[in-house]
Design a protein around this ligand. Structure first.
Ligand SMILES: Nc1ncnc2c1ncn2[C@@H]1O[C@H](COP(=O)(O)OP(=O)(O)OP(=O)(O)O)[C@@H](O)[C@H]1O
Length: 269
């Protein structure tokens, strides 16, 4: 569905310093696959996502989407800061991707209403996002991405701004939506547990310039529930990802392996 080959990405700072963000990154994502990307802060995860979605042009290499994709736009983004437009109603926000793709108001509103129902926001359809909590805004952002009809969703720390309890609820919600819709997803996250709960594969990136240093297949059958996080197999895989991350960061001291800290940036959940 989505393939990147030998992506290099350089930036020039305002001082004129050349900075390499990505170094020869290659990946291939199957139709309907959920791939999570973890890596140290500043290693180029967001840059990779932007290149995959065509928001940034790579300095070298190429990105290909499955030929013949008839859906416009083929890719929808979900960002950590929700990307909700405060001057549009909740319904208009949910319909935004469709409207941008040229779909008429009546149809896009109907699709938006269906998705607002699925994320539990029907009663707020005519309200403005200012009335929504953080978790509700993120549900709206997900509704907009799913409603857009895009087969590929690129998510950049989509649950990162939520409080821990809301985040757990949203992980379950996202898991449920994805299991019903089978979109192709590439999601950047700082949480190892989130990556293992949601993903089919976890790509581990090195420190900047970021490159993919390890790919871990997540063997847990679907449908999954959050309960798998309490199993010994999950704990073993958590350690495996953590070791891969340590391997990608020479000189970084070992992190805890008791499961209390499952974030790639050393924070807590
Ligand atoms: N437009 C830009 N201009 C200059 N430098 C940039 C630009 N975008 C990103 N960078 C730099 O590229 C590197 C990678 O940034 P990026 O945001 O992709 O990392 P990240 O892994 O997503 O970080 P984090 O986990 O902290 O969100 C960083 O050093 C960043 O400062």
């Amino acid at each position: 569905m989505l393939a990147a080959e030998d992506i290099d990405c350089y930036f020039v700072s305002p001082e004129g310093e050349v900075l390499q963000a990505l170094d020869q990154v290659s990946l291939a994502v199957e139709d309907g696959e959920f791939v999570c990307v973890v890596g140290p802060s500043g290693c180029g995860k967001s840059t990779l996502l932007r290149v995959l979605g065509g928001l940034d042009a790579p300095s070298g290499g190429s990105v290909r989407l499955r030929p013949g994709l008839s859906v416009v736009p083929p890719v929808a983004f979900v960002f950590q800061d929700f990307g909700v437009l405060p001057w549009l109603t909740v319904r208009a926000n949910a319909a935004f991707g469709l409207r941008m793709a040229g779909v008429g108001r009546r149809l896009s509103d109907r699709v938006a209403d269906r998705w607002l129902g699925r994320v539990g926001l029907s009663e707020f359809a005519d309200a403005y996002p200012g009335r929504l909590s953080g978790g509700m805004r993120q549900r709206l952002a997900l509704a907009r991405a799913f409603a857009s009809g895009s087969p590929v969703l690129l998510m950049d720390e989509p649950l990162g701004a939520l409080d821990p309890q809301t985040r757990v609820q949203m992980q379950e919600h996202l898991l449920e939506l994805w299991q019903q819709e089978h979109k192709t997803v590439v999601m950047v996250t700082h949480s190892i547990d989130e990556a293992l709960l949601l993903g089919d594969r976890v790509l581990v990136m090195s420190d900047r310039p970021g490159t993919v240093t390890d790919t871990i297949t997540v063997p847990f059958p679907r449908p999954r529930t959050a309960g798998i996080q309490d199993t010994p197999a999950f704990a073993r895989l958590r350690v495996r990802v953590r070791q891969a991350l340590r391997g990608s960061r020479p000189g970084i001291p070992a992190q805890r392996t008791d499961g209390a800290d499952a974030r790639t940036d050393g924070g807590t959940e």
